[in-house]
Design a protein around this ligand. Structure first.
Ligand code: G1P
Length: 274
């Protein structure tokens, strides 16, 4: 039912300067695979068939990573490097990959708006590359798709945070609990602690219905002068129910250096390093 995933990858990655001057933040390595590969893997394992990257001209490395490397492949075949060939072929994904150019950095809401023609009236999952989850045991995107199947409405992936961090997230105001979901009264982008309606924070995974575009089209810039998706979702609530699902999987905020290192260490524990 949900077959498309939108992944915005055009951002500058300023939290990881200076490396991001030359290397897209999505290409930072978790040992030998870039962060973006784990996000795409989560999407495909949840049943997604088309990945839509909202990208910029500066992010050619991402297209290269998921593209064909004919010469390298020939070289590995000739040298009978079979294990290395297997590694190379893992980058070819069982999903259609579409690229949409975002030429101006006008915010997350703007990035999503650019995908309207490609999502083409279907609900879709939005995945932010800064939020990486340990999907062992239960795939996060699959959990949200399952919740969507029950309510057929927007479902936000959320985590419970320390309230002092409310100014780093979109924050939810709960209205009522419905089975395993929380029906929302409002959402607010990065409020100060005193204005935060709860400690339930939007955490990089969204199931969005096509109704969102109606609000994105007329959305005025908000926090930091950017077109905020959270503001558009907040307006959507007056027309359509919006739900939050609490995600319990371990999450890594890849924009935070300590979390990034932890993601590498945890990943190394799950495999034999040679
Ligand atoms: C974005 C969203 C915010 C959300 C966060 C999750 O903010 O605008 O609502 O809580 O992602 O990681 P960013 O971290 O890109 O500033």
């Amino acid at each position: 039912m949900i077959k498309k995933a939108v992944i915005p990858v055009a951002g500058y990655g300023i939290r990881f300067l200076p490396i991001t001057k030359a290397v897209p933040k999505e290409m930072l390595p978790i040992i030998d695979r870039p962060v973006i590969d784990f996000i795409v893997e989560e999407a495909i394992e949840s049943g997604i068939e088309e990945i839509i990257f909202v990208t910029s001209k500066k992010k050619k490395a991402i297209k290269k990573y998921f593209g064909k490397a004919k010469k390298l492949k020939k070289h590995l075949i000739k040298k009978q490097k079979n294990n290395e060939l297997i590694q190379l072929e893992k980058t070819y994904k069982k999903a259609k990959i579409t690229y949409v150019l975002q030429n101006e950095m006008k915010g997350l809401g703007h990035a999503v708006l650019l995908t309207q023609n490609i999502t083409n009236g279907e609900p879709f999952v939005l995945m932010l590359g800064d939020d990486m989850y340990n999907n062992n045991g239960s795939n996060v995107t699959a959990q949200l798709i399952n919740s969507y199947k029950n309510v057929k409405k927007t479902v936000l992936g959320t985590i419970e945070i320390d309230i002092k961090d409310s100014n780093k997230y979109g924050i939810c105001e709960p209205e009522s609990k419905i089975n395993h979901l929380i029906k929302l009264r409002s959402v607010i982008e990065k409020p100060d602690q005193i204005n935060a309606p709860s400690n339930i924070a939007i955490s990089g995974r969204y199931i969005l219905t096509p109704k969102i575009y109606k609000y994105l089209k007329t959305q005025k810039p908000g926090k930091d002068g950017e077109i905020q998706l959270t503001d558009a979702i907040n307006r959507l609530i007056s027309e359509e129910d919006v739900f939050a699902k609490i995600i319990k999987n371990k999450r890594y905020d890849i924009g935070t250096k300590a979390d990034y290192v932890e993601a590498i260490l945890d990943s190394s524990k799950l495999r034999k390093l040679m």
